[in-house]
Design a protein around this ligand. Sequence first.
Ligand code: ATP
Ligand code: MG
Length: 243
Amino acid sequence: MLLHVDQVNKSYRAGQRILKNINLTVGKGEIVGLVGESGSGKSTLAKLIMQLEKPEKGALFFVEQLMTKQNRSYFYENCQIIFQNATAALNPVWTVRELLREPIQVAHKSFTDREIQTMLEMVKLPSDILEALPSELSGGERQRVNILRSILVEPQLLVCDEIVSSLDRLIQREIIDLLVTLNKEKNMAILFISHDLKAVSYLCNRIYVMKSGEIVDESRKCEGGFAFTDKYAQMLFQALENE
Ligand SMILES: Nc1ncnc2c1ncn2[C@@H]1O[C@H](COP(=O)(O)OP(=O)(O)OP(=O)(O)O)[C@@H](O)[C@H]1O
Ligand SMILES: [Mg+2]
């Protein structure tokens, strides 16, 4: 087991419950989806997983280890997150070369120019992009730079929170195919949070459905697709079939 979220509760104010008894797991190399209506708590859960927020009750484990302040650096070397807003995540005055240098230094790694070129090729970025500023890139290119920054440390788990929402269909598909490649070639596990049920169904081996701070259903992909028992989850995916 890579990630284990165990009976986690979270509220921002007294009397409020944003997350209610959340149980979620991600196995090594697994691609897991997390879907649910806006405001159901998906990003809050992602923030807890990334230790940007603390659970009120319950605990989070990474490779069977309780996630604490003490083992934070081990955790960050092995777990990365990408958010929807690719532009906000990139310092506008840094070139792509400088943007890539930062995570490499944090991870105490070093790469030759040749190795950097290979990595650019892997995420399908042109080799002459290194001297460009984020403002000179397209939205798709910016998100590829974000992905590349996140995978440089070769994390075991990549959390993606709505990373394709602001991109057009074709670019979305390319980014999703890139995630599939990373999963296959690096055995990188992915927690894919999205409103795009089509993308989630295509990409994920297992899906959790959230509603009002609770996980109401979970289904593994089987031959006929996903089989949900909860009414709300069934309704969500029914709409997809009728599209
Ligand atoms: N820092 C915060 N302080 C107070 N309330 C917050 C904070 N962050 C989130 N919330 C509240 O928590 C609830 C869940 O928000 P969250 O962003 O996790 O939803 P979401 O499922 O990611 O929604 P979306 O699909 O729109 O991204 C919302 O009611 C939101 O207002
Ligand atoms: Mg969100």
